[in-house]
Write a protein that binds this ligand. Structure first.
Ligand code: NZQ
Ligand code: ZN
Length: 385
């Protein structure tokens, strides 16, 4: 096992009806800015519920954070925070609203041009406003981690940053908040959590036995609950399991002491930035061909994944690897998620454009062995057509 440091200070308040706990969780004398996305938080009544729980605190609102939040929009929230002397942020939404809130928290008192936070990956963040979240879409794990991804619309640049200062102080996870999600978003959530787990598991063995079993448990749980989580009449237990699995998939636990890949994510971010494809769908496009192109360096873990998660034990090593990559693709397709670039109307031109963006953003040595060069990314994307 590799050396590691594990730290996760986020308090999780889980269960039906837990939004009311905001009255206890948010400091009584806080000047609060509630940040949310488009119309969903209003339509579903969650925003009213949040405001009721905040009682007579000073509460202001910032709505309109878009899916794949943009720097341009978030800087307007930063201006509001500064002007109104806000001292506590509350994100109400999915990964986009939470990521956007992390950026606002770090940018509000940042000394310099806040886009630098993204350009330098968060390393120079020295303070951030405290914030909490009310999660309405289980997928990214942002509610329990210290990462965020922000897009600069003007240049179509989507970059991540990380800082221990942007862990949420608390996150309210009420599975009934997922009942208003369209099935495509539930499917996105399952795929995102599944791929987060694989990015930290499907690399090479380092004797991280507990991490491997945790990861396999999450993968099996996601496969098991998928049909019921997608059922038209929402099922509390499968939504609860999806919500907690998605948090556990990216809260640092399964990634501690093991190698991590993340090439699928970095290539996927370029596809979202250029073509607006939902985050999870980009992962479903990139992951199967990436596993195939990297099948030699990932061989041992691919065989372990095949046997322990999908019970594939027959055939030669090569046949089992072929089978497990295909099963993974079929799993995504079974959720209604298309896995080919051509399904999204993209051809070889898009491959050129994505590779050019990877080079422009210095994403030229990706993966657990830093061997996913632009040429390898190109091979992956060509196989994704
Ligand atoms: O904008 P509104 O109207 O609120 O609608 C949202 C949005 O259109 C809607 N929605 C959310 N909760 C709802 C709801 N609709 C009905 N009922 C509800 N309860 O869902 C749409 C998608 O929301 P979004 O927040 O964009 O989705 P997701 O949670 O998948 O977040 C995606 C973003 O997170 C980033 C992605 O790159 C992307 O920008 N990621 C963040 C990570 C992190 N911080 O650790 C890791 C991930 O790998 C990912 O990169
Ligand atoms: Zn993701």
């Amino acid at each position: 096992m590799k050396n590691f440091e594990f730290y996760n200070p986020t308090r999780i308040v889980f269960g039906s009806g837990k939004v009311a706990e905001l009255s206890r969780l948010v400091p009584a004398d806080a000047r609060v800015l509630v940040l949310y996305g488009g119309a969903s938080a209003q339509k579903t009544g969650t925003l009213d519920e949040v405001k009721a729980a905040l009682g007579d605190r000073a509460v202001l609102e910032f709505g309109g954070i878009e899916a794949n939040p943009t720097y341009e929009t978030l800087m307007r929230a930063v201006a509001q925070v500064r002007q109104e002397k806000i001292d506590f942020l509350l994100a109400v939404g999915g990964g986009s609203v939470i990521d956007g809130t992390k950026f606002v928290a770090a940018a509000a008192n940042f000394d310099g041009e806040p886009w630098d936070i993204l350009l330098k990956g968060g390393s120079q963040v020295t303070q951030a406003l405290p914030f909490g979240t009310v999660l309405t879409l289980p997928a990214t794990g942002s509610e329990m981690n210290s990462g965020a991804v922000v897009t600069r619309k003007a240049t179509r640049t989507k970059l991540p940053f990380m800082s221990a200062l942007v862990f949420p102080q608390f996150s309210v996870l009420d599975p009934t908040k997922t009942y208003t999600l369209p099935p495509q978003q539930i499917a996105n959530g399952i795929v995102d959590a599944f791929v987060h787990t694989l990015e930290q598991y499907l690399t090479y063995p380092v004797q991280g036995l507990a991490q491997d079993r945790f990861a396999e448990g999450l993968l099996q749980t996601l496969v098991e609950i998928a049909p019921k989580a997608l059922a038209e009449i929402p099922d509390y237990d499968s939504r609860a399991n999806l919500m907690w699995s998605a948090s556990l998939a990216l809260n640092g636990l399964i990634g501690a002491g093991v190698p991590q890949d993340w090439a699928t994510h970095m290539i996927g971010h370029e596809l979202t930035a250029l073509y607006g494809i939902d985050h999870a769908r980009t992962l479903a496009i990139v992951l199967p061909p990436l596993l195939n192109v990297q099948r030699e360096t990932k061989r041992a873990k691919l065989l372990q994944y095949a046997e322990r998660v999908w019970a594939i034990t027959d055939g030669s090593d090569a046949q089992r690897i072929d089978q497990v990559i295909e099963r993974t693709r079929q799993f995504f397709e079974s959720l209604g998620i298309k896995t080919r670039l051509s399904d999204y109307g993209l051809g070889p031109d898009a491959v050129d454009a994505v590779v050019a963006q990877l080079e422009a953003h210095d994403m030229t040595r990706l993966g657990e062995h830093q061997d996913v060069s632009p040429a390898v990314s190109r091979a992956i994307l060509m196989a994704a057509l």
